[in-house]
Design a protein around this ligand. Structure first.
Ligand code: MN
Length: 502
């Protein structure tokens, strides 16, 4: 019944020839012979192994590689995907991989193998898993990129597993993988992971959403074809250039999330479908908007100029919702090619929000913005492999609040730096710290992956000037100094007052 909603990879032939064909189309400079070699190496290593579905094991790494090839990923990522399960499941070792494919590829495969050993063990282990994954990302973002493709394909073959395992893997995908993909700005990957997991985690709700959107989407499909033609014709006669017009249907899990916020009433969702118009210049964006409004009447209050006023995460587009033919409501999104790529690959993803929707100050996620930039570069096939290794992380550490929020700090930062990074009140009233559940001094040197809880005493008057001897962040220093100044000022004031009185 849900034919239109199956994950794309399940519609493709999972063969090496198909993989090479996709790569040839998307990355003409790739060394196809080397990739074929990696395939043969993996096929040989997995020889005789079967997946739970009964297929030959090699189908799985091949599927992961095809998913990544469509994303125009770098050759090293494709090869890593082909080899990703070799050291885990076969007698071929990481040393063998290094000998044949070099240290760089062997290191990424090692990272994936390590991550593969993590299992979802309920909410109490959620934070720990998240923590390890972030640290993995900090080491080499390619590890996570391959892991996403690996997981996405596994989600499409869950049928072969016992229900309990299906649920565990799907829940882990929804709670850990999709939020990380989201934070990395990989909006498309996030949506695919969510939709593939949705039916296993919330089967009833999944069927409900499918039943709500199925006919609507089918009806819209026909209508959108018509609307697209009309717009094309109008743009041509008005001499407004455009690059392409695509339609997009809102993904099932996003529809579900939005329904929960709107009284479970599908009629209140006006962005189920949208037409995206990609044009050459900003001026063309406004000309296109005018052309559309000449054709159809816009809904009041639904014209949004995110070009003049970008969203906080940098997203830019013009949005308008119009009453189309027969009063049908359609949303249009108008943007330049560059705005479009940013929206697809990072900048526009909602990563200034955490996965539960509450705001996290953007500056704390600055490093994720850098990751998203790298991700974009990846898509632009920048050849420099070292660029993928995130030297933006040099001299930075990643530590966690007990709730799992990531805070990035300079190397050798202390609990005081951490406390001030969260809030000046916490810094000002800090009395001690628990690092990985052990009580530590406020001058303790933090390491990547630490989970830190600050112990506070509300009655504490303020920070100690001694802290200036060990804090590392400019922000903490500023806070402590300011407080000291204020402290002296009030001390003088008090003196003054007491002499006055006396
Ligand atoms: Mn795998």
């Amino acid at each position: 019944m849900d034919e239109p909603f199956i994950e794309e990879i399940t519609k493709e032939p999972l063969t090496i020839d198909h993989l090479l064909k996709v790569i040839a189309e998307t990355n003409p400079k790739a060394d196809l012979e080397f990739i074929r070699l990696a395939y043969e190496f993996a096929e040989h290593a997995h020889e005789g192994q079967k997946r739970k579905t009964g297929e030959a094991y090699i189908i799985h790494p091949l599927a992961a590689a095809i998913i990544l090839a469509h994303m125009q990923m770098d050759q090293s990522i494709i090869i890593t995907a082909l080899l990703h399960d070799v050291p885990e499941d076969t007698s071929v070792t990481l040393e063998d991989i290094e000998k044949n494919f070099g240290k760089d590829i062997a290191e990424v495969v090692a990272g994936i193998t390590k991550l593969g050993k993590l299992k979802y063990r309920g909410v109490e282990r959620y934070i720990e898993n998240l923590r390890k994954m972030f640290v993995a990302v900090a080491n080499d973002v390619r590890v996570m990129i391959v892991k996403f493709a690996d997981r996405l394909h596994n989600l499409t073959t869950l049928e072969a597993l016992p229900p309990k395992k299906q649920y565990r893997i799907a829940l882990e995908s929804l709670e850990i993988y999709a939020p990380i993909a989201n934070r990395l700005g990989m909006g498309d990957m996030k949506g695919r992971l969510e939709d593939a997991a949705f039916r296993y985690v919330y089967p009833k709700e999944y069927r409900w959403v499918v039943s709500l959107v199925k006919e609507r989407y089918a009806a819209y499909e026909e209508y959108l074809g018509f609307a697209k033609e009309t717009v094309e014709k109008e743009l041509r006669s008005a001499n407004v250039p455009f690059i392409e017009i695509q339609s997009r249907m809102k993904r099932l899990y996003s529809v579900y999330q939005k329904l929960l916020k709107h009284d479970r009433d599908i009629e209140k969702l006006h962005d189920l479908i949208a037409l995206r118009i990609v044009v050459p210049t900003v001026a063309d964006c406004y000309a296109t908007l005018g052309t559309i409004h000449k054709l159809w009447r816009p809904l009041k209050g639904r014209i949004k100029d995110y070009i003049a006023q970008p969203k906080p995460n940098g997203y830019q587009s013009l949005h308008t919702t119009v009453f189309g033919e027969n009063g049908r409501i359609v949303e249009f999104q108008i943007r330049t090619q560059q705005m479009h790529e940013e929206a697809e690959y990072g900048i526009a993803a909602h990563w200034h929000y955490d996965e539960r929707g509450s705001a996290i100050p953007t500056k704390r996620l600055a490093w994720i913005q850098e990751l998203a930039e790298l991700q974009k570069n990846l898509i632009h096939k920048i050849k420099d492999l070292d660029a993928l290794k995130i030297d933006v992380f040099q001299n930075r550490i990643f530590v966690f609040t007990p709730k799992g929020d990531v805070i990035d700090l300079p190397e050798a930062a202390t609990p005081v730096d951490f406390a001030y990074a969260i809030h000046s009140d916490i810094g000002n009233t800090a009395t001690g710290a628990r690092v990985n559940e052990q009580v530590m001094s406020l001058s303790h040197e933090l390491k990547s992956g630490d989970v830190i809880e600050i112990l506070v005493d509300k009655r504490r008057k303020g920070p100690s000037a001694d802290w200036l001897k060990f804090v590392k962040t400019h922000h903490a220093k500023e806070c402590i100094r300011q407080h000291a100044k204020k402290g002296i000022a009030s001390w003088i004031m008090e003196r003054f007052r007491s002499t006055d009185v006396g």
